[in-house]
Write a protein that binds this ligand. Structure first.
Ligand code: AMP
Ligand code: TRP
Length: 334
């Protein structure tokens, strides 16, 4: 057992990874992997809370795993697995469901938004989605959860549930902390810079996928909505430009101030083509590695097999404690 602190995070395979997923979450995972004991999961059980074509879900689950690795997450150093392979996630969810208040779940912004978007499929899974997420995190006794800004409320719920359980029974769960980056914890849409870049949006010019071609990436950035002020400034009055500066800064590691200084008096056309260039430069190695990995399915299978075995051991241990504490008779084996 290592004495490193634990990280858990995941992405739903409900679409291909966007630049928002990468800059808001996955890039941080890469940076944190040496310092922490990390569990990086493809959360397929979360994905089915909205309708998924089974064949596409299977394909995308593997693609997301490959994109994690291509982005720089090392399967030798981290536990990488597929959520549905470790049944403890579903089992802990049942226990935590029985301790979750309808009122609190009803207040979840993501639930409210998704209810509007999925009025024809308003299922109970959508409602208890954050409880499954809490189970993901708590099973591994995670100290830290690196996510984008939009997951704050879900993290609060996970903390509440951990504390509630610890108080009602006895200390069992680590109460997890959220980890978001100062710049780039919410990448906005290119066409609508007032709402977050999302893979479920229907306007494909609004988002950049990690696996978009360099040409498509450039075209989307050049078409990004800006303003008529013609000043490269990091200001709330210029949400489009602010977002492009954020993207530039996250891709290069250059500070916002230095980018503003560099583009003082420079027009949006040149700025946009430079943004496209740094995005393409940063993404190209990921795209190439992704291609290579998708031609090596045996390797990917090995990664998720080993990952599930390692995750299972840790998760079972927590679940066993939970079952005992709530009063379930431990199962006997012959
Ligand atoms: P999802 O695609 O909803 O499963 O999100 C996976 C991870 O990416 C979560 O940590 C999200 O908070 C993060 N994320 C998704 N979209 C964005 C965005 N536009 N900006 C920053 N982070 C994001
Ligand atoms: N709900 C997260 C999202 O939509 C994905 C997720 C599921 C997750 N389980 C998690 C993120 C556990 C961090 C930790 O982005």
């Amino acid at each position: 057992m290592s004495d490193k602190k634990v990280i858990f995070s995941g992405v739903k395979p409900s679409g291909d990874l966007t630049l928002g997923n990468y800059l808001g979450a996955i890039k941080n995972w890469v940076d944190l992997q040496d310092e922490y004991d990390c569990y990086y999961c493809v959360v397929d059980m979360h994905a089915i809370t909205v309708h998924q074509e089974p064949k596409d879900l299977r394909k995308r689950t593997l693609e997301i795993l490959a994109q994690y690795i291509a982005a720089g997450i090392d399967p030798e150093k981290n536990t990488m697995f597929i959520q549905s392979h470790v049944s403890a996630h579903a089992e802990l969810t049942w226990v935590l469901n029985s301790m979750s208040y309808m009122g609190q779940l009803n207040r979840m912004t993501q639930f409210k938004e998704k209810s509007k978007d999925n009025a024809d499929n308003l299922n109970a899974g959508l409602f208890t989605y954050p409880v499954l997420m809490a189970s993901d995190i708590l099973l591994y006794q995670a100290d830290l959860v690196p996510v984008g800004d939009d997951q704050k409320q879900h993290l609060e719920l996970a903390r509440d549930l951990a504390e509630r359980f610890n108080n009602r029974y006895s200390p069992t769960f680590v109460v997890p902390e959220i980890y978001t980056s100062k710049v780039g914890s919410r990448i906005m849409g290119l066409q609508d810079p007032t709402s977050k870049m999302s893979k479920s949006g229907d306007n494909e010019n609004d988002y950049i996928l990690l696996i978009d071609s360099p040409k498509a990436t450039e075209k989307k950035i050049k078409r990004a909505v800006t303003d008529s002020l013609n000043k490269v400034r990091y200001s709330d009055d210029q949400p489009g430009i602010k977002n492009l500066i954020t993207i530039y800064s996250k891709m290069t590691g250059e500070s916002v101030e230095s980018i503003e200084a560099k583009y003082e008096g420079v027009g949006y056309g040149k700025f946009k083509s430079d943004v496209a260039e740094v995005v393409n430069e940063g993404l190209q190695p990921i795209r190439d590695e992704f291609e290579r990995l998708m031609n090596n399915k045996d390797y990917l299978e090995d990664v998720y097999m080993n990952g599930a075995n390692a995750a299972e051991r840790v998760a079972r241990k927590t679940l066993r404690k939970v079952y005992k504490k709530v009063g379930f008779i431990p199962r006997k084996f012959k």
